[in-house]
Write a protein that binds this ligand. Structure first.
Ligand code: SF4
Length: 492
């Protein structure tokens, strides 16, 4: 289907604006392809002793250089692979402890003027019905999400005149304003197309949590092939520096990612690392999180199953472990694209956040009983467990689920968060706050079996806090008592 007149006019104006930006932007593209290939080739046959040296360095928690990361990428030997996994697991526990932050992805709009080869929402894909929620429909989605206990959403928007910066601002207002009894969203993160600094300022003023955008692929030629000429997403530079512009607008929690399966994963891992390094160089702070979604089938989208670069289960395990070693203080986000049994393994390797109880069709939470609405989804997900089932399984594996948003509301974002993380305070504050927010969940939303198991998990974690930080543990016990008596939203 061709674009209508108003879509075309909007697109042309944005294209002109992007062209001006490309001419004026002084920043240098930091993805040097020949350098990346050179590093990968030079380290392709690293000796076991070099691998072990890098793993020892990773345990110093100072992060790894691209060269060191390439040494880990070269691992093939099963014994060394196990050592890599053990190191990643150790780092995760040192920095984050055994807590997993939970959120709900919220698809707010799907019409899009772009035509990305791999995407079910691409403009020419008539097999998928596109929708933009009205503010009333959005409020209805928020009621469905918060009714089961979520406190944090990742709101996702297509690139279209009907879901421009102004619409995103109104959506954030609606998300925060929709409250019912104890049900509310306390942190709304946003995944949306690149914007100007002024547009980013407007959404910052609406209380955005993290701004997330994926480069999809760092390989220039592949990027141009996946995002056809004449579309907004064709501009590599406009997208590459979107997070720099967001930082200029003082959105200091920014998140990067790659869609694994578009190009060689080894190249993409180093691309992610160079992106993190460049943000840190210019703003003194790297990305808050990294995502590593794999290409999943989408309706009428043959590329998703035919790409020559599809990433295997073994490779995604390796990717996560390498990232955990390379950027120890950056959160790693796993999604419900992965199957339950694999998610369990991947979480061990360094994941700090994941979604649960997800519905990814636009308007999907209001039709919660339908696990998939294929002709309204961007792609397929493989884990449709409810939030309560997911939490029960997490508890059985010894994790403590967290709905905490205290860091964000106490100003522990951006540089402040990193300072905080580097001093090991994530474990000291985040575990207590995980306990408190999990208790809220158990009191207000959990099934009887999850409540019973969850209370045991809380007691076990409290004892652990008591042994290290008796003063904080006493405070948490006092807050838990106040929560039993009806108070909510208490945090340390
Ligand atoms: S990937 Fe994003 S930008 Fe591309 S068509 Fe899909 S929704 Fe639009």
């Amino acid at each position: 289907m061709a674009l209508n007149l108003s879509e075309k006019t909007w697109l042309e104006k944005r294209l002109e604006m992007i062209q001006r930006y490309e001419e004026e932007e002084k920043r240098q593209d930091f993805i040097n392809e020949s350098e990346i290939w050179h590093i990968l080739e030079r380290k392709a046959h690293s000796e076991p002793s070099e691998v072990r040296e890098v793993l020892a360095k990773a345990r110093e928690l100072k992060g790894l250089s691209p060269e060191d990361t390439a040494v880990l990428i070269s691992i093939r030997d099963p014994e060394l692979l196990e050592e890599l996994f053990a190191t990643a697991f150790w780092i995760k526990n040192q920095v984050y402890g055994n807590r997993i932050v939970l959120f709900a992805p919220l698809y707010v709009s799907s019409p899009c003027v772009n035509n990305c080869v791999y995407c079910g929402f691409r403009h020419t894909n008539e097999a998928v019905e596109k929708r933009t929620l009205t503010m009333e429909e959005l409020a209805q989605e928020i009621r469905a999400i918060t009714k089961v206990g979520h406190k944090r959403v990742l709101a996702v928007f297509g690139e279209h005149p009907d879901s421009d910066a102004d619409y995103i601002c109104r959506s954030l207002q609606t998300i925060y304003a929709t409250k019912h009894g104890r049900d509310e969203i306390r942190r709304a993160n946003v995944n949306a197309a690149p914007m100007t600094v002024e547009e980013f300022r407007a959404i910052k003023d609406m209380g955005i949590g993290t701004y997330q955008i994926f480069q999809e692929t760092y390989h220039h030629e592949t990027f141009r092939r996946m995002h056809p000429a004449g579309t907004l997403k064709h501009s590599y530079k406009w997208r590459l520096f979107a997070l720099h512009r967001a930082q200029e607008a003082e959105i200091d929690d920014v998140a990067i990612g790659v869609l694994f399966g578009l190009f060689d994963w080894r190249f993409e891992v180093l691309g992610l690392l160079y992106h993190a390094i460049d943000l840190e160089r210019e703003f003194g702070i790297g990305p808050h999180t990294i995502s590593f979604p794999r290409l999943e089938p989408a309706l009428n989208t043959p590329f998703t199953t035919g790409s020559p670069y599809l990433v295997s289960d073994e490779e995604i395990k390796k990717i996560i472990a390498i990232l955990r070693c390379a950027v120890p203080y950056t959160g790693l986000i796993l999604t419900a694209r992965e199957r339950p049994e694999l998610r369990r393994e991947l979480i061990r390797l360094g994941v700090s956040q994941t979604d649960a109880g997800s519905r990814i069709a636009v308007g999907g939470y209001s039709e919660m009983e339908k696990e998939h609405i294929l002709d309204r989804q961007q792609f397929m997900i493989n884990d449709t467990r409810s939030l309560d089932e997911f939490i029960y399984d997490l508890c059985q594996d010894g994790y403590i689920p967290s709905f905490c948003t205290a860091g964000y509301r106490a100003g522990r974002t951006g540089c402040h968060f990193m300072e905080f993380a580097k001093k090991g305070l994530v474990r000291n504050f985040c575990i207590p706050n995980a306990i408190l927010t999990f208790k809220e969940y158990l009191l207000d939303y959990a099934s009887p079996r999850t409540r019973e198991l969850g209370n045991q998990v809380i007691e076990q974690y409290l004892q652990e806090v008591e042994s290290r930080l008796p003063y904080i543990a006493a405070k948490v016990r006092e807050y838990l008592k106040r929560m039993e008596e009806g108070e909510r939203d208490l945090y340390v």
